[in-house]
Ligand binder design. Structure first.
Ligand code: CP
Ligand code: NVA
Length: 302
């Protein structure tokens, strides 16, 4: 694995080996066992969008691995004044050992990797959010001990989370069902990938998608970059709220995952959120462990 750009690039074996290492690093951290595996290295964290979890988990994760991290807001970088990503990639590669980037267009992440000479990690684009999905799979496996054969559904917007969960879930052998309103489907490339699996189903009916699932996942109806569509989206997504009525169709022990930030009363009710808060905040914690595993893999194997 040279980069982490999107779930489509990873094999099942690569995903599982990241999760195994993440479990080990979590165990070590909880037991006070130091693991400064990347001492003396530096990672740059480019942010063109807001972040709470990604920024803080990458910064503290890097510190725990003995690395320096640099928070690089696009407001301060020359990128914000129009310096091309191709040049930024070649310059930063001469100072840093690894670059994480959160931006809009997936092409920018791909270009950063193509023009730079150090591993690149996608910290979220409009198309994908691989770091989050690795943390989600880790959290699901912690609860059920397996992934293969479990049934997961995603209800809501066909956004970066939907795109990444579909691919990640199918690759590790889960059954994946998705319900979005018309015109809010996941990306075409992801749908084409998913249609090759008889373990994938797509519907506009959330009750059908959630039937007998082990894991229920949702996300905001208005991702970063489309906030101006908030009102139109609230109408389009009205029947797609994860609430007690919908949860009654899932398996009784079903877990709920949400990448956060969550908008209570919109994609999820306060009651469902709070009933599953332990699972959701474990998922947030697992960003730290999963990303540490990604950094170790990328920097030790390259
Ligand atoms: N889930 C997630 O990526 O959170 P942030 O936007 O706070 O980084
Ligand atoms: N789909 C959301 C995820 C936030 C972590 C967004 O892109 O804003």
């Amino acid at each position: 694995m040279k980069h982490l750009l999107k779930m489509l690039d990873l094999s099942k074996e690569e995903i599982i080996s990241i999760l195994d290492l993440a479990d080990q690093l979590k165990y070590e951290q909880k037991h006070g066992i130091e693991h400064q595996l990347l001492k003396g290295k530096s990672i740059g964290l480019i942010f063109q969008k807001s972040s709470t979890r990604t920024r803080v988990s990458f910064e503290t994760g890097a510190y725990q691995l003995g690395m320096q991290s640099l928070f690089l807001s696009s407001r301060d970088l020359q990128i914000g004044r129009g310096e091309p990503i191709q040049d930024t990639a070649r310059v930063l590669s001469r100072y840093l050992d690894c670059i994480m980037i959160r931006t809009f267009d997936q092409k920018e992440v791909e270009d950063l990797a193509a023009y730079g000479s150090v591993p690149v990690i996608n910290g979220l684009t409009d198309f994908s959010h691989p770091c989050q999905v690795l943390a989600d799979l880790m959290t699901i496996r912690e609860k059920y001990s397996v992934l293969e054969g479990l049934k997961m559904c995603y209800i809501g917007d066909g956004d970066n989370m939907a795109n990444s969960l579909i691919v990640g879930g199918l690759k590790v052998g889960m059954k994946v069902s998705v319900a979005t309103p018309e015109n809010y489907e996941p990306d075409e490339k992801v749908m084409a990938f998913a249609k090759e699996y008889d373990t994938f189903t797509f519907t506009n009916d959330p009750k059908e998608a959630i039937k007998d699932v082990d894991v229920v996942i949702t996300d905001t109806w208005a991702s970063m970059g489309v906030e101006s569509e908030k009102e139109i989206r609230q109408k389009a997504f009205a029947g797609y709220q994860v609430n007690d009525e919908l949860m009654a169709f899932a398996k009784p022990h079903a877990m709920v995952q949400h990448c956060l930030p969550a908008y209570r009363g919109q994609e999820i009710t306060e009651d469902v959120f709070e009933a599953h808060a332990d699972e959701i905040f474990e998922e947030a914690e697992n960003r730290l462990h999963a990303q540490k595993a990604v950094m170790v893999k990328l920097l030790q194997e390259n």
